[in-house]
Design a protein around this ligand. Sequence first.
Ligand code: URA
Length: 438
Amino acid sequence: MKVLDLITKKRDGQSLSAEEINYLVEEYNNEVIPDYQMSALLMSIYFQGLNNKETNALTAALAASGETLDFSSLGKIVVDKHSSGGVGDKVTLVLTPLVAAAGVPVAKISGRGLGFSGGTIDKLESIPGFSAELTTERFFELVTENNLAIMVQTARLTPAEGKLYALRDVTGTVENISLIAASIMSKKIAGGAGAILLDVKTGRGAFMQNRDEAFRLAEIMVRIGKDMDRRIVSVVTDMNQPLGYAVGNALEVKEALAVLRGEGPADVERLCLVLGGYMLALAGRVRNPEEGQTELARLLGNGSALQKFRQMVISQGGRPECLDDPSLLPQAAYSAEIHSPQGGYLREIDARKVGKVALLLGTGRAFKGDEIDPAAGLVLKHKVGDRVAKGDLLACINYNRESVREQACRELLNAFSFGEEPVEPFPLIHGVVPPFPS
Ligand code: URA
């Protein structure tokens, strides 16, 4: 096969066979195909798209490019969960121990954050001692023993996906829906879970800002999962305003602990119960998602989910004292308050702008490999729809670099917009693909 022929074939709108896609992925992974040729192919795909067969073939080839996990020997359906990324999204920290406490094994492979949306691993690593750098053998052991482990995505799993993503990032080819679907699903397929719950976010702070595009992505990923014999549901959820109140690594751990104690923000708790209900139903633990939600509300209320979180933290090296006393989590040297310049109803708290302020404070990475500040972040005091008076506290920022204070305060205030009339709060859940049960 000649790479140039395959590039021109795609450029001219013809489809590639599974064999051709396998060849391209394998040889790119082996560094036989150079970046300049793969870039041309990606740009051809960006404009010409991939059909269902091609998207499936790409997903399978990326998944097979490294180690793959197989939990079938457990004799139970193992579930995984993926969020397409958002601001203040600490759901995994609550949801995974909650579902595991219901007796359903959860094998969660997560990435570190990139850009303004945070990563679960960075949040967990703000707990002193916690490590997500597990070998696949240890990951398997912990899922078997505790029903729960969270591992960082390593270069041994889907290495071709990692290389391709890095190339897409610098060639303007990330925003193609088939490439996004294949990228996400290849990691889920390699992770070995039999059931997958996808939280596809839409809105200002999401990858897919457009609601219809988010549903399209959800549908493509569900189809790929089904074609690959996975039980799968996508829930399309709102990311116009941040989830909960806290944005920042240790601050989000603290808020997740409050949810696990039944004292957290209502939106985070509700989303965890809804997503968890689907996870229990997918695993066959309950007859329907509503029954799952009832069971999970019970496990949240009786402390079982918090207990499971504690077990996971201890098993992965974290200091459990931090869970009882969150003041032992990293704390920033400085803080500042932002007050409302006017009275009115909060019409918008723009998640994208809030995420960018969090990044400025040090919560995330602008580039892969950047250091993050586990203590930095911000805590909002309101949600969209709240009525505020002039001078009310809108948010607090926590930071270690004094130079960022003024810009962060100015830009955070800019994320709020006010109106005279009462505002309907945004819906948290936009829809489920496929409508359950399918
Ligand atoms: N997240 C992924 O994992 N891959 C993409 O292509 C986009 C978002």
